[in-house]
Write a protein that binds this ligand. Structure first.
Ligand code: FE2
Length: 272
């Protein structure tokens, strides 16, 4: 399907002919670069159209498209740190100033601890196994009454903030990708269910040094405060999260990506 740009720039098909013939992961990479390029002057309509097309392409990806080593997906039973090494394997496929494309591989019975994606968009597609995802959104302070606001402002609750807890969802390879945005479901904890699991992650902007904004975009870890019962809580879905150091039982090793090379595509300047 061809979509047309809605802005006044040179008219161009979203799915460019040179990309249609490329391997799927290259199409995804090139479209992700175009979608999330921050100096592109996209109108919101153009961004949404590119994003929707990217989302539908991502929903077709498989481990075979990535030439993923099946050994990385071997089920060796419940995770044992002394035998298995890192609980999570990170594989970077592509990164420039505006977008990261990577794969996370979780061994049986492990989790990516509750973490955030500051100011970021994300698309998460399970490509092997099953994961459960517990997402949270930042709670807007306007929704809090004065009693709860003063409780949160107390020094004893430093680093604590309210969040909306969304229903936990189980996602397999046949399910569409999860999405997060700066305002919605921006924090999550991800568990492997019933065996090893892997997912493709597209994140924009990337973590780390943001040269455009001159800031460090760090990943922060959180824990839910339980039990949390405040009579003035404005909603049953509301909970409190507290900032914590990176959990000591979580770390990643790295694996090389051996699939089709991802670049920004013909006619695009690679910023990496
Ligand atoms: Fe994440």
């Amino acid at each position: 399907m061809f979509l047309r740009r809605q802005d006044s720039r040179q008219e161009e098909d979203f799915a460019r002919p040179q990309d249609i013939m490329a391997p799927l992961i290259q199409q995804i990479g090139r479209l992700a670069v175009r979608t999330f390029k921050r100096d592109s002057q996209h109108t919101p309509v153009t961004f949404n159209s590119l994003y929707d097309q990217l989302y539908s392409l991502v929903n077709r990806i498989t481990p075979e498209e990535l030439n993923l080593d099946v050994k990385l997906l071997t089920d060796r039973g419940p995770y044992d740190a002394s035998r298995d090494g890192a609980p999570v394997t990170y594989m970077q496929l592509y990164e420039d100033n505006d977008v990261t494309i990577c794969v996370f591989i979780l061994k049986r019975g492990v989790r990516l601890p509750l973490h955030d994606h500051p100011g970021m968009f994300g698309i998460l597609k399970v490509i092997h196994g099953v994961v459960s995802v517990q997402s949270y959104s930042h709670f807007t302070s306007e929704s809090l009454d004065s009693k709860l606001q003063s409780l949160l402002n107390a020094k004893t609750l430093n680093g604590v903030f309210p969040a909306t807890k969304h229903p936990k969802v189980k996602i397999s390879t046949s399910d569409p990708a999860c999405r997060l945005s700066p305002d919605t479901q921006n924090m999550h904890e991800i568990f492997s269910e019933d065996g090893p699991a892997a997912f493709l992650d597209i994140l924009s902007p990337p973590y780390g040094t943001d040269k455009r904004l001159g800031i460090e975009r760090d990943c922060h870890y959180y824990q839910e405060l339980e039990p949390f019962r405040v009579s003035s809580a404005p909603s049953n879905d509301m909970t409190l999260l507290i900032s914590i150091p990176s959990p000591s039982d979580f770390w990643c090793d790295q694996a090389d990506y051996e699939g089709p090379v991802i670049d920004s595509g013909p006619g695009e300047q690679d910023q990496s």
